[in-house]
Write a protein that binds this ligand. Structure first.
Ligand code: GLV
Ligand code: MN
Ligand code: MN
Length: 400
């Protein structure tokens, strides 16, 4: 049986790493993320798991059985000034679910491996789903050379954590894995609106991440007449509004510019350079959304006489999850008394990597309130415990 008190205590303990009050800033591949991994490692080792870390700083804790294993988990990093539940709740519930099976002396036919993926958010280096992308051999070449704002590369960050620096070494054979399960907070209002504690994910949106650099011409803000300017920020602003317009005009699409920086960055200098990010997502025709936005970028910069370069950070296609695992999760949620609805995820998840690598994959959503990627995000212990019990029931069906 799930122990809600233990789940809540551990959730609070984890939230203190990189966190104050309800706000958590535990960036991927940082010392804080490592401390969180060490805390989780201790809980799992105490339950008898064989624990290891891979070259991408993912944590795996294996409970014995024969043949292909069942992988279950989520991530421990957060966005800057994020909440305590995104990712963390999935790891906490996986730990709680396996503890319940161990405590009940359930004999495993297949191994169960709990995983805490490293750097899912990609907040520091720009590469989201980092750890799971590495483990499923889907990293772009040269990704270890990408740097954060201080010029520290991913390879250097990994070495600082005690790894040798090449994340591609983390690749494992997807055929070792019979199924992947992930529990996550919903991060949106649909379960709350429906008055239901749990949902099951049918598909995950396609995601495109890029960094765009606009090069105009820095000049004197007083002496340069308006017709003689090549203002990089003005061009970027027009692109920001085009992203909003295009995403609004397409079905099931969203577009966000969440980071922007101007150089040289002085009130009396026409901006010479502007670098910003693109986050483009759609549940349908994701390629069409990306194409329309990139065409708008080309058109706007050419009309304004500035230049743009687009650095692709990641492109993950729309990801359908496995119908058979969906049925397992349906039985598991029904067994805890919930008629869980099927939901499309607008957030990206590590689950996309196993699913795209051919591993039968499924996700449970737990009702959350207050949005997500903010300290307001919240899930009740009661709902989390129901989710953990459903996860334990699904693991039992798959692994015994
Ligand atoms: C992860 O949280 C994402 O969807 O960006
Ligand atoms: Mn997130
Ligand atoms: Mn997440």
């Amino acid at each position: 049986m799930i122990d809600p008190g233990r789940l809540e205590r551990r959730s609070s303990e984890l939230a203190r790493i990189g966190g104050t009050d309800t706000s958590v800033s535990r960036l991927g591949l940082s010392a804080d993320e490592q401390r969180a991994r060490d805390l989780v490692r201790g809980w799992l080792a105490a339950k008898g798991a064989q624990v290891r870390r891979d070259a991408a700083a993912n944590l795996f804790a294996r409970f014995h059985g024969e043949g292909q294993g069942i992988l279950v988990g989520s991530h421990l990093d957060s966005v800057p000034e994020g909440g305590r539940f995104d990712g963390a709740l999935g790891v906490l519930c996986a730990v709680e679910a396996i503890a319940a099976l161990v405590d009940a002396k359930i004999k495993l036919r297949r191994p169960i491996e709990v995983v805490a993926w490293a750097d899912e958010e990609g907040a520091r280096f720009g590469v989201g789903l980092f750890g799971s992308t590495a483990a499923f051999g889907r990293l772009a070449r040269g990704v270890g050379d990408r740097t954060d704002r201080d010029g520290i590369s991913i390879a250097e960050a990994l070495r600082a954590l005690g790894e040798q620096g090449d994340p591609a070494v983390a690749r494992r054979d997807p055929k070792e894995i019979a199924a992947y399960l992930e529990l996550h907070i919903e991060q949106g209002p649909r379960l709350e609106t429906a008055g239901l504690p749990l949902g099951i994910v049918s598909d995950i949106v396609g995601i495109y991440h890029a960094r765009v650099a606009i090069r105009g011409r820095a000049d004197h803000a007083g002496a340069t007449v308006m017709t003689a300017r090549a203002d990089a920020l003005a061009a970027a602003s027009e692109i920001v509004l085009a992203v909003e317009r295009i995403a609004r005009g397409r079905p099931d699409s969203v577009g966000t510019v969440g980071e922007i920086a101007v150089r040289p960055g002085a009130k009396n200098v026409v901006p010479g350079e502007c670098v910003f990010t693109l986050d483009l997502r759609a549940a349908r025709d994701h390629d069409g959304l990306v194409r329309d936005v990139l065409e708008a970028v080309t058109g706007i910069v050419s009309a304004r006489g500035v230049e743009a370069s687009v650095d692709d950070l990641a492109r993950v296609p729309v990801t359908p999850l496995d119908p058979k695992i969906r049925d397992v999760l349906k039985r598991a949620t029904t067994s805890v008394g919930v008629e869980a609805p099927l939901l499309v995820s607008g957030a990206g998840h590590d689950a996309q990597n196993p699913a795209l690598s051919g591993v039968p994959t499924g996700m449970i959503f737990v009702r959350s309130t207050g949005g997500s990627h903010t300290p307001r995000e919240f899930a009740s212990t009661e709902d989390a415990a129901l989710g953990a019990q459903a996860l334990a029931n699904a693991l039992k069906e798959l692994a015994t």
